[in-house]
Design a protein. Sequence first.
Length: 275
Amino acid sequence: MNIEKSTLEIGLDKPLKILHVADNHLPLYDENDSPAIIEKGKKRNQEAALTALREEMAYGTEHCDLIVHSGDLIDFASSANVAFARDVLKNEKVLFIAGNHEYWRCDGGIEDMNYRLASWGQVKELGVNLFFTSRVVGGVNFVGIDDAYHQVEAWQTERLQMEIEKGYPVILLLHAPLFEQSLYDASIPFWHDGSAYLVGCNEAHLMPYPEFHAAQQRPTADTKRFVEYVNQEKRIKAVLAGHVHFSFESILPGGTVQYVTARGDRGNVRVLKII
């Protein structure tokens, strides 16, 4: 297991130790799945993905106050994946928000709310709120928002504002990171199709993308308002995200630190000490 260590100073009376995990991409399937899912699953190393996840959950359960998982726990929506992931999420220390692969069916469709809903009958069996979640631990409010398709809806921002009003310092848990120039610059060469996969890119940053990706990432008015709100809200102390598959730490335009954690299926995690 590759542990990256970070420290966040927000003035807590007692330190918190958080394990951040993302992108385990479990590739479990059975004969009842579509040919596309079966083909995808066969290309992945199931044993390596399972071993990494078990090690990460064991470490977090024993050594940390909370395990936050920012999505893509599974690689595609299959019954075998959902059944295994449901047991993982029963761990009381785990706080989870969905990624795009929670809903993915390996069919190349346009990923939007309708795409999510088409998978809902299956992924609802994960037994957790995939769109919005929150939990107060050690005087810190950990708030998760599903932004996996690079958009945030107005009601999610309203719920975030309600959580802010509780008065706790907030750690925001996302799947897709918020746009920040240095992260964008690092993402472009990493993703060879030119897609940075960040939330809140403006039109100039979308220009290098294939239009199939740009159309899905072009921020709506509600998404723009969400990004503006996060960037100006001082009670949000950090953002934790995954999705881009490499580790990165940077400062958002409003001064909030954003931690991006690399792929969990390759044994990568981040231990965040909050003091």
